[in-house]
Design a protein around this ligand. Structure first.
Ligand code: FMN
Length: 350
């Protein structure tokens, strides 16, 4: 089946530019931040935060409504992939049908999340310990996206998997072939095991090996690498070194919705990261815009504290940042944020 992944791959082969996609990050890449990213520095593909497939099917009306808000998206975000987690093939089948009917461009299955709550449901990283069930879930998703009615008249949408190199140890040699056997359109390999969480540097040699395994098996599935990428240049280099078809980027986007457009490298709280050459005033203006959008789109379902990690990331590396950050930590509304920022800008003659 021809799908948008192959179109991207063909374009990338012609232009020589690596495909760079936005990683799913719960309570970070929500509808508000994604819309800001789409406006200021759009990646080749967007991902939603993970959503429970089981919840979409069996939650009560109130619960479902909340989950559907996590799946709300704007046309400006296309192509956009919805990420689901589940260990229940029947729920995955039903939810996959829904995702296609909602008009998403693709469906991604989370098989790497180490969150205890998710692993208790035998989903996320726990699926690496149960390849048979993982394959059933993947098969159900592939069937689900092929059944049902499509708003755009498409026959189907591509299904991908996001996973790690293994559970307690590197299990790529056994784990990856299991997934490839089901022929997903794409697999993202986060270069760490479940046990390593994010404590050690991502091992990109594992991504290279994943590409080799794919080639040895003559599979057509695209392999993307993920972990610690700090800039578009870094992404390009890692794709060249490993042979990966594309790169997924997460934390480098914190406080930096310009990441996928223009950037230079500096150090943030977590690691060396690339930031856009953007004036402090513009950064603060976009932070306010982001906060207003958050309140408008998600204010009734998400806690305002979600915005606080964004404030920390936007407000760093300039004179007066620490005091401004401290003030922003006390806010509860977008209006308060705007007032504080306006005062800071006029006091500092920005
Ligand atoms: C706050 C946060 C939330 C995350 N949520 C998800 C998620 O919903 N689904 C998922 O597959 N991975 C999730 N991840 C993992 C990221 O997608 C990514 O694999 C990881 O951060 C490594 O990439 P990076 O070094 O570019 O950030 C999350 C990571 C962070 C930091």
């Amino acid at each position: 089946m021809k799908n948008f992944w192959q179109d991207l791959k063909n374009k990338s082969a012609k232009s020589g530019k690596t495909i760079c996609v936005l990683a799913p990050m719960a309570d970070v890449t929500d509808a508000a931040f994604r819309r800001i990213i789409a406006k200021y520095g759009k990646p080749d593909v967007m991902w939603t935060e993970f959503v429970s497939a089981d919840g979409l099917i069996r939650a009560n009306a109130e619960g479902k409504k909340k989950l559907l808000r996590d799946l709300a998206f704007d046309e400006s975000e296309r192509p956009i992939v919805a990420q689901l987690f589940s260990s229940n093939p029947e729920y995955m089948y039903q939810a996959a049908k829904m995702i296609r009917e909602m008009g998403f461009d693709g469906l991604d299955i989370n098989m790497g999340c180490p969150d205890r709550g998710i692993e208790k449901q035998k989903a996320g990283a726990a699926l690496m310990r149960n390849p048979r069930l993982a394959r059933e879930v993947l098969r159900a998703a592939l069937q689900g996206v092929s059944d049902g009615i499509d708003p755009k008249g498409r026959k189907s949408i591509p299904v991908s998997v996001k996973t790690r190199v293994g559970y307690n140890k590197n299990e790529l040699e056994t784990w990856l072939p299991q997934l490839l056997a089901e022929k997903p359109a794409m697999i993202t390999v986060h270069g760490r095991t479940r046990k390593e969480m994010s404590k050690v540097p991502a091992r990109w040699e594992n991504v290279k090996r994943a590409v080799e395994i794919r080639d040895e098996l003559k599979s057509e599935t695209l392999i993307f690498g993920n972990g610690d990428v700090v800039s578009l240049e870094d992404a390009q280099n890692k794709a060249r070194e490993t042979g990966a078809d594309g790169i997924m980027i997460g934390r480098a986007i914190f406080g930096n919705p310009w990441f996928f457009s223009k950037n230079f490298t500096e150090t943030n709280d977590q690691f060396r990261v690339t930031r856009a050459e953007i004036s402090v005033k513009e950064k603060l203006r976009v932070m306010v815009e982001h906060t207003e959008l958050f309140e408008k789109l998600l204010g009734d379902v998400k806690n305002f504290s979600v915005m606080k990690k964004h404030f920390k990331a936007y407000v760093t590396g300039f004179d007066g940042a620490a005091e401004l950050r401290a003030k922003l930590m006390e806010t509860n509304t977008a209006n308060e944020v705007k007032t504080i920022v306006d005062i800071f800008i006029s006091n500092n003659i920005l």
